[in-house]
Design a protein around this ligand. Structure first.
Ligand SMILES: [Zn+2]
Length: 162
């Protein structure tokens, strides 16, 4: 067996416990990893695992901040859409609860529009402000267009089910 093979076998044993071994032994492994693609990959993986727990406590690394912001935007998008669906659902449910064939439909749809103005507009205003505030631009524009469409066409859509 060559020296390279000997070192390679030793590295297989040592890389998993890389963080606990002596500085000198680390250097031996690193020198071998420079020549051995397999051990280089293994060492990189082991080193990454070693770094991760440290990163967990450090909120200031750019990657961590970026990930947090990305997650915040995703949660924001999900939240603002869910709240809109819930409020529209409640308005629709309330409309059908009160709906009567004996009352002129026009008056009842006035009531539906009034509910939208009273409940949906303030909600959408707050949600749009919040979405703008956290700089979730894409969701801001999408939900703004969605809100305009809902205010214009929601009663027409409900009319289809009456
Ligand atoms: Zn090797």
């Amino acid at each position: 067996m060559t020296k390279f093979d000997d070192l390679h076998i030793l590295c297989q044993e040592l890389i998993p416990i890389y963080s606990e071994i002596d500085e000198e032994a680390k250097q031996v492994i690193e020198r071998h990893a420079e020549e051995c693609e397999f051990c280089k990959k293994k060492l990189n993986t082991a080193a990454n695992i070693e770094i991760t727990p440290k990163e967990m406590n450090d909120d200031n690394t750019p990657v961590k901040r970026f990930k947090k912001l990305f997650l915040l935007k995703k949660v924001n998008t999900l939240l603002v859409l869910t709240l809109r669906v819930i409020v529209l659902g409640l308005i629709t449910f309330d409309f059908f609860q009160r709906f009567s064939q004996n009352i002129p439909h026009g008056i009842q749809f006035e009531g539906l529009r009034a509910s939208l103005v009273l409940f949906y507009i303030p909600l959408s205003f707050v949600l749009l402000m919040f979405t703008w505030f956290i700089k979730n631009k894409r969701t801001f524009w999408i939900t703004l267009i969605l809100d305009v469409l809902i205010l214009y066409f929601f009663d027409n859509i409900i009319r289809l089910f009456v």
